[in-house]
Design a protein. Structure first.
Lengths: 331, 277
């Protein structure tokens, strides 16, 4: 399978008055062509920082380093600003969380939809409009021709998100990063938008990095999942494996604390993960999850675990010595 | 004891939306003739999508918004018959966003204590004791009392909001999306706390949420709201196992449980339930 994106040891740190905030602390990530990779984690785990770093949208003061960051054979780190601008928008595009704030209120939708393709692909205005109408229609926006002259405030939240999706597809990108695209929407609309993203992704063969905090969404949409905690990937596996056989104590904890209709006994005591996420300012000693973990052993508080294969398979990796040793003992 | 802790009869709130200086304003029926009853000790879940009028309803119950029509009865007494101050002894809110509902310039102790001061209950010493007791009850460590909201995590702040709501010993809590701003691991802690408090203090909850998983876990009865009206209500079993209204059915089918094999649900468009309501 061809990798469209291959990132090794991505780190992002931001200077704050209290010291360096290490938001992303060494992430290895790859996305295959046409694949849906979900990054899941709670607020502050660095998932949005990762996506912004991949897109090159972080402010200058943020320090982004990586061993390698290849996009379709191109080294993103060595590109000049101009070359990076060529890639962004044309070959990599993004769907943002808030369709209310990420569309410009003072330009028409047609203007915003066509801007990128006119700039990147040097097509005429008419051709750009044609494509915009086609994609709006594919995205399920009624009266697509009329929408081109409308402003964002004239549309509902769900429709705006559909416009965002159409916009992301304008230049036929190879990779779309969707950062919590359905969080601001109602559940019925969410299901429709997820279906749409899935359908269009399969139709156009686009790779998607889907960022969310909602494990329900992940289970239903992902091919592969990476669970993030405190700026690191703690577990990665196919969606099937992750939900059927979670290994990391954090993943298990997350799955246990959601009440599931029809499964969890109503009114019963829910399992929760005690404590809070550690501060990411400065160095973290040992495992980041150690203070909240029920399975921690002595070495957890000083040895930082690395991402190891589970059952010898590269497809399922876990960052927890306890999970991997208990397997070895069992064998 | 009152027969109903909270009773709404034919409650409505209309807004007029301006369409410019010379055009007729549009009438928006945010809440349109809602009648609901909650017995003491019962938890009623109110579900519905954004803009359906859930929060307008909550505001009217809390007395933050005047109804256009209809009555709110709290413990069999009309809201409005007595002052807001005395009503607040019986009914307290927990808001959605613990990041904006706490005053950033007051310490946690001051925030929790303020209702006691407003109601002139006890002296300084007994108030301090009450604050400590209630913090214990909601699982807030005592060392945090001198801190400011900005130094607390989301879950801790929501505990502060619950402590502040409970310090006047009300029997009804109106919870407007109390966990939707929290991470799932923290959400479970707060839900457990709400369930424990209910058992311990015999509280009545009006629990407003769009998260059906949470609603099913917590409530005894459910009311489904759509465009300002209640389209269906019933016990938890009736709604979750045998929903009648197409909108309720659509809501239930769009709940995404973490089961990869199920894939994405087919969702009807809104015309199906618009016709039914």
């Amino acid at each position: 399978m061809k990798r469209i994106l291959d990132v090794k040891n991505l780190q992002v740190s931001l200077p704050t008055p209290n010291g360096n905030l290490r938001a992303v602390r060494g992430i290895d990530l790859h996305v295959n062509k046409g694949e849906m990779l979900c990054i899941v984690g709670e607020s502050g785990c660095g998932k949005s920082m990762t996506s912004m770093a991949l897109m090159g949208l972080l402010p200058k003061r943020a320090e982004v380093t990586a061993e390698t960051m290849y996009f379709d054979g191109m080294d993103l780190l060595s590109l000049s600003k101009k070359e990076r601008n060529q890639v962004r928008g044309m070959r990599m595009s993004m769907i943002f969380q808030e369709p209310m704030t990420s569309l410009n209120p003072s330009y028409t939708l047609g203007n915003q939809l066509c801007e990128g393709i006119i700039k990147h692909k040097k097509v005429s205005k008419d051709e750009a409009k044609k494509r915009a109408v086609y994609l709006l229609e594919r995205a399920g926006v009624p009266y697509p021709e009329k929408r081109l002259d409308q402003y964002p405030h004239q549309l509902s939240g769900g429709l705006r998100q559909r416009v965002m999706i159409a916009m992301a597809l304008m230049c036929e990108p190879d990779l779309i990063i969707a950062d919590e695209p359905t969080t601001a929407l109602d559940v019925t609309i969410q299901a429709q938008i997820l279906r749409l993203i899935r359908e269009l992704q399969q139709e156009f063969g686009t790779a998607v990095i889907f960022i969310t905090h909602d494990l329900g969404v992940v289970a239903r949409i992902a091919d592969r999942v990476a669970v993030m905690y405190a700026g690191q990937v703690v577990e990665t596996a196919s969606a099937q494996d992750l939900f059927a056989d979670p290994q990391h104590p954090y993943t298990k904890g997350l799955l246990n604390c959601i009440p599931i209709p029809g499964k969890t006994l109503p009114g019963s005591h829910l399992e929760s993960i005690p404590g809070v996420v550690p501060s990411l300012i400065g160095e973290l000693k040992g495992c980041a999850f150690e203070n909240r973990c029920s399975a921690s052993i002595g070495e957890c508080c000083y040895r930082s675990p690395s991402l190891e294969n589970h059952l010898g398979s590269e497809a399922h990796q876990v960052r927890c010595p306890v999970a991997t040793t208990s397997f070895q003992e069992a064998v | 004891m009152a027969e109903y802790a909270l009773e709404l009869s034919n409650l409505s709130r209309h807004f007029y939306l301006k369409n410019g200086a010379f055009k007729e304003p549009t009438l928006l029926k945010a809440v349109d003739g809602i009648s609901l009853r909650i017995r003491p000790g019962e938890t009623l879940g109110l579900v519905g999508e954004s803009g359906c009028g859930k929060s307008t309803l909550a505001k009217m119950i809390l007395g933050l918004l005047e109804p256009t029509d209809g009555d709110v009865l709290i413990n069999d007494k009309m809201r409005g018959a007595s002052s807001r101050l005395s009503m607040s002894r019986q009914l307290q809110p927990i808001f959605q966003d613990p990041y904006s509902s706490l005053n950033p310039r007051k310490t946690i102790e001051q925030i929790i204590r303020l209702p006691l001061q407003l109601h002139k209950i006890g002296d300084a010493k007994s108030q301090q004791k009450a604050v400590q007791d209630i913090s214990d009850l909601v699982g807030l460590p005592e060392r945090l009392l001198k801190n400011y909201p900005g130094q607390l995590s989301g879950g801790q702040r929501q505990r502060v909001a619950i402590a502040r709501a409970l310090i006047l010993k009300p029997n009804i809590l109106v919870c407007d999306e109390p966990t939707s701003a929290l991470d799932v691991s923290v959400q479970a802690q707060i839900l457990n706390l709400l369930m424990d408090l209910k058992k311990e203090l015999g509280l009545t909850y009006l629990f407003i949420s769009h998260n059906l998983g949470v609603v099913e876990h917590l409530v005894d009865r459910v009311a489904v709201m759509y465009r300002g009206k209640i389209v269906e209500q019933g016990t938890r079993e009736e709604i979750f196992q045998n929903a009648q209204h197409p909108y309720t059915q659509a809501l239930l089918s769009s709940v995404l449980t973490p089961e990869p094999a199920l894939g994405l649900p087919e969702v009807l468009d809104s015309s199906a339930w618009d016709r039914a309501s």
